[in-house]
Design a protein around this ligand. Structure first.
Ligand SMILES: NC(=O)c1ccc[n+]([C@@H]2O[C@H](COP(=O)([O-])OP(=O)(O)OC[C@H]3O[C@@H](n4cnc5c(N)ncnc54)[C@H](OP(=O)(O)O)[C@@H]3O)[C@@H](O)[C@H]2O)c1
Length: 198
């Protein structure tokens, strides 16, 4: 049995990741379910890692960033999103890496908006590109001591369906989860694996 922390485990992607890894191998966490953590709050992350002890790996499928028309974006939208999905995931690595056993991996979540901006995506495109740059930088820091990778989903089919849109253009959450599991288990570091409908 493994001990893999899944942050955002109750979410669309996180729940599929827990299923793919096997619930018995996972510790679920988020702000409102499982182990309590808010990745935008370093003290909350510190307390979580102190409680959990040594881990075999971490998957972060939590964190939020705002998709909003350019003319409506306010300072608070930028600061919320940067503190949450970008700095929050950076801090998962900063505070969590020393808690992961040698050979373990931390897998973050970005998104294809990093490469394919659209009207309204300025914040999320910036945040996702930042996460990807961080993953590449973390991989060449020998003292981090664990593999750091990311998965970059396109639209998830279940999310499109929940939005009342045609799910056919999306990738099933279970497929994103399989790609995540490969990032957890294989030997690479510094890689961002796309997870989109072909
Ligand atoms: N779904 C898509 O189509 C899609 C496409 C591209 C990229 N992504 C990215 O994939 C990731 C997961 O997406 P999703 O669709 O699975 O999202 P989701 O269904 O909204 O789930 C997000 C999960 O993260 C937790 N969470 C949010 N903010 C948190 C924080 N500050 N600290 C700790 N936990 C937090 C939430 O639980 P609590 O509310 O209990 O904290 C929830 O369990 C996100 O980064 C998203 O941007 C998703």
């Amino acid at each position: 049995m493994s001990k893999i922390l899944v942050i955002g485990a109750a979410g669309m992607i996180g729940a599929a990741v827990v299923e793919a890894l096997g619930a018995e191998n996972c510790i679920r966490a988020s702000r409102n379910s499982g182990e309590t953590v808010d990745i935008s709050d370093p003290k909350s992350l510190e307390a979580l890692f102190e409680r959990l002890g040594e881990l075999d790996g971490i998957v972060c499928a939590g964190g939020a960033a705002r998709f909003k028309p350019w003319a409506e974006t306010a300072d608070v939208d930028w600061t919320f999103s940067l503190a949450n999905k970008l700095l929050g995931q950076v801090n998962v690595v900063r505070y969590g890496a020393s808690r992961v056993r040698a050979g373990g991996a931390i897998t973050l979540t970005t998104g294809l908006a990093a490469q394919y901006p659209a009207p309204g995506s300025a914040i999320i495109t910036t945040v996702n590109a930042g996460v990807e740059a961080f993953v590449r930088a973390a991989a060449v820091e020998p003292s981090i001591g664990v593999r750091v990778n990311a998965v970059s989903p396109g639209w998830v089919a279940e999310t499109l369906k929940a939005m009342g849109r045609d799910p056919a253009g999306g990738i099933p959450a279970a497929d994103v989860a399989q790609i995540t599991v490969r990032q957890v288990r294989d030997g690479a570091s510094g890689s961002v694996a796309p997870a989109a409908k072909r």
